[in-house]
Design a protein around this ligand. Sequence first.
Ligand code: SF4
Ligand code: SF4
Length: 286
Amino acid sequence: MHTRKPDWLKVRLRGAEKLTEVKEMLKRLSLHTVCEEANCPNIIECFGRKTATFMILGRICTRNCTFCNVTKGHVQAVDPEEPSHVAQAVKELNLKHVVITSVTRDDLPDGGAGHFARVIEQIKELNKKIVIEVLIPDFQGEYEALAKVVRAKPEIINHNVETVPRLYPAVRPKALYQRSLELLKNVKEMDDSILTKSGIMLGLGEEEQEVIHVLHDLREVDCDLVTIGQYLAPSSKHHPVVEYIHPEIFERYKELGMEMGFKYVASSPLVRSSYHAEQVSELMIR
Ligand code: SF4
Ligand code: SF4
């Protein structure tokens, strides 16, 4: 196991003054971001550029992924004001591309899909030109729950497979690799005008051939966009970083992914699911 971070993972500290401003607004509107909850290394840069990934449906997750810093345990009631508060924040931050994700709410009958749809609708009411990207849970494979989100017509539906199937029991013990692929396939079958996106983290103990296999599987279900980034353990209690993958290998996956037919591949150590997401929309949608 490697413990010292290599130089390519050290982040620049530009834009720190905007950090407090954005944090205060989020507090005033009782909103959460995955940026804060997941201790994302890009927070200063992203908040500095006034972009954020909203995390709806509370801060507590019903799953127990071993790489994730989100609090697990007893869930909170869903805030009915949240959809309008997210729209308000999008307005205040003047966002052109918004990313919305959530904890996984296996306790709710529709897994929170209806709430996702309401958030999308509120943002569309504000301004139809805003590109909406939702990073959704698997809704336990419930077709009708997924259909609620699809009918709300976000521009991009993202669902991360996170790692190679062999590591699921250790990394995503309550998820199923095939179920995640199926979700991406179903989105395309329901509405092929929606772009699909997925992502994996490297450094969890996967082999190169396994990563390539995942990329093939994603293309098989017609996934359009993929993100590949380095896993960083939030604490010593989380899944360890087994390896720091060299930037050149990330570059190779990028080239390979583009050859396979993905419309966009973001692959480098600091890439996160939502990192520079707006650049993708500039390339793909506008
Ligand atoms: Fe937030 Fe995504 Fe930026 Fe991280 S990369 S700070 S999660 S918007
Ligand atoms: Fe974290 Fe998502 Fe796993 Fe919940 S389902 S523990 S939020 S990665």
